[in-house]
Design a protein around this ligand. Structure first.
Ligand code: MN
Ligand code: MN
Length: 375
């Protein structure tokens, strides 16, 4: 079998680095470690209910340092743990990291004493959409690479959660892997977005989607409508206008999508445009949104903006938000630029009180939009 002419991830990273001769190469090495994690997780999830012998070993190993891991009949939980272990093992040894943060670990992970420490921080959601595992829908992994604070690099001390609390705009690199019919890795190092497909023949990611761009306009939106009664009025207004279709204020029909797997939604939008919303709502006032800022919203947002799309809370760019805790949640809206800007505009009008003449074209029930009905 002749090797294809497509560039491998390694080749792509080396050639990108040649354009920035001052770059150390540590970042490339770290991204390749993460890519190895993606390959291993891709394989682990592909066994489904059969279970993967390697995964069983990792679960056993994890049980020695995790308090309680219920593997009995909880395949999805087991794979969360397996994926977390894979990320730790593939990334801890290389000397590029000062520490790691994971959705699966309350506290930051310290690089073990036998390995050198480096200048980057890696934050990740090792298995995103894992509640979809048992229905065999696409899942993924999401990662974000930050620079550790100078004082951490200089001292080599243990990391604290505070070291990770940097706005998304400071990310050095970010990406996700999607484990669908094909396994893909989509990354940005701040210079556009590139997509790679896992070539099982040679076990390498090959560049299949150079310079991905999100179309500025879209006719697809994704939101969990079962939360409609908790939405803020500007979100309800946007969705109502989409639903009103050709005869409504937008003058065109929209399609609705909802996979309930963030990576799968982001990937669809990256490939063909659209908008995704998991906005802040009134369901549980103690939770400002559902998705996690540091290892979901920021990396997906960085990729969207690098692809010409936009990411927002509805009121500000997600990438400008100063995090206050490692596992902080946030309202998340991203996708095609013009649609996200329209939603931001609706929030601004609502906050300024200039959207009062607006009445839902579909439900025509003013009471739904009285602010006092929503507090
Ligand atoms: Mn997730
Ligand atoms: Mn997860």
């Amino acid at each position: 079998m002749p090797l294809s002419k497509r560039r491998t991830l390694t080749q792509y990273l080396i050639e990108e680095r040649r354009r920035f001769p001052e770059a150390s190469g540590a970042l490339n090495a770290l991204i390749l470690d993460v890519a190895l994690a993606a390959k291993a997780i891709s394989r682990a999830v592909s066994f489904g209910e059969l279970g993967d012998p390697m995964s069983a070993q990792l679960i056993a190993a994890a049980q020695t340092h995790e308090p309680v891991v219920n593997v009995q009949g909880e395949v999805q939980k087991a794979l969360d743990v397996v994926s977390n272990e894979i990320f730790l093992r593939t990334s801890e040894w290389g000397g590029h990291l000062a520490g790691m943060g994971s959705e699966e670990m309350e506290a930051p992970y310290q690089i073990p004493a036998q390995y050198p420490r480096g200048k980057y921080l890696l934050v990740f959601d090792p298995l995103d959409g894992s509640s979809n595992i048992d229905v065999n829908v696409s899942v993924g992994s999401i990662f974000s690479i930050l620079r550790a604070p100078e004082e951490v690099i200089a001292s080599g001390r243990d990391v604290t959660a505070a070291d990770f609390l940097q706005p998304g705009a400071t990310q050095v690199a970010a990406g996700y892997a999607i484990y669908g019919p094909a396994t893909m890795l989509v990354i940005t190092v701040g210079n556009g977005v590139a997509g790679f497909t896992l070539d099982h023949n040679v076990g390498e990611f090959k560049l299949t989607h150079p310079n991905i761009r999100v179309p500025a306009d879209a006719q697809e939106f994704a939101i969990n409508s079962s939360n409609a009664r908790f939405w803020e009025p500007p979100v309800k207004r946007y969705v109502d206008e989409c639903l009103a279709g050709k005869t409504g204020p937008r003058g065109k029909d929209f399609n609705m999508r909802w996979i309930a797997s963030l990576v799968a939604e982001a990937h669809r939008i990256l490939m063909r445009g659209g908008v995704f919303m998991y906005p802040k709502d009134t369901k549980d006032p103690s939770k400002p949104g559902r998705l996690r800022l540091l290892y979901e919203a920021n990396p997906i947002g960085f990729i969207m903006e690098q692809a010409g799309g936009r990411v927002s809370t509805g009121r500000e760019s997600v990438l400008g938000v100063q995090p206050t805790s490692l596992h902080q949640r946030i309202g998340l809206i991203f996708g095609s630029k013009n649609e996200v800007e329209r939603i931001e505009h609706y929030h601004a009008e609502y906050d300024a009180g200039t959207d009062k003449p607006y009445v839902s074209p579909l439900f025509n029930e003013r009471s739904l939009f009285r602010p006092e009905a929503l507090t």
